[in-house]
Design a protein around this ligand. Structure first.
Ligand code: AMP
Length: 182
């Protein structure tokens, strides 16, 4: 977990690359559907363009489908999910269906000024349509309002592992790995 631009996707990919975990990124799944022009893609495009969250029911259904495809025993890193307390509750129920549970929650700590610099850089390099100044502002507000409480929810369970998210990708990947091992 972490605010937009805190490195969730980049770091999740290091666990995939170095340790064979499976990444389940709801943002990537939505972008894939939009790119392929599926019914789901058409339904969610407006939310992504505006920087708002896709409704929980749609998001949870998509995660359920993806989970069915992942072999039992695989270590999964969820990236950008759950983002609401309702999604966190749904995830517990879902994992229960598969005989699994959330083992730990990594929280990337990055100062806001650093994040804004990164998002502006990503806007130039990757041209993500939701990395415009206006939409970035909305995404931060939505994060604070809807996702901060999810961190608190996991904090109450004692499974949050804070990771300093400032440094090179490799430095942070080492810290992430150490946090994942704990
Ligand atoms: P991300 O790539 O994780 O930054 O997600 C990009 C966008 O996809 C978000 O701004 C939301 O519009 C949508 N999205 C991704 N994950 C979720 C989620 N768990 N719940 C609702 N909307 C999501």
């Amino acid at each position: 977990m972490g605010p937009p631009g805190s490195g969730k996707g980049t770091q999740a990919q290091t666990l995939v690359r170095d340790h064979g975990w499976v990444q389940l990124s709801t943002g990537d799944l939505f972008r894939d559907h939009i790119g392929r022009g599926t019914e789901l893609g058409k339904k969610v495009k407006g939310y992504l363009d505006r920087g708002e969250y896709v409704p929980d029911a749609i998001t949870v259904d998509m995660v359920r489908q993806r989970l069915r495809e992942i072999p039992a025993g695989t270590r999964i890193i969820f990236d950008g999910f759950p983002r609401t307390v309702a999604q966190a509750d749904a995830l517990d129920a879902l994992l229960g269906e598969f005989g699994r549970r959330v083992d730990g929650v990594v929280f990337f700590e990055v100062p806001r000024a650093e994040i804004l610099a990164r998002l502006n850089k990503r806007a130039r390099e990757q041209g993500r349509s939701d990395d415009t100044p206006e939409v970035i502002g909305t995404r931060f507000d939505v994060y604070e309002k809807q996702t901060r409480p999810v961190v608190d929810h996991y904090q109450a369970k004692g499974i949050v592992r804070p990771v300093d998210g400032v440094g090179t990708v490799d430095d942070i990947a080492k810290r992430l790995r150490a946090a994942a091992e704990r």
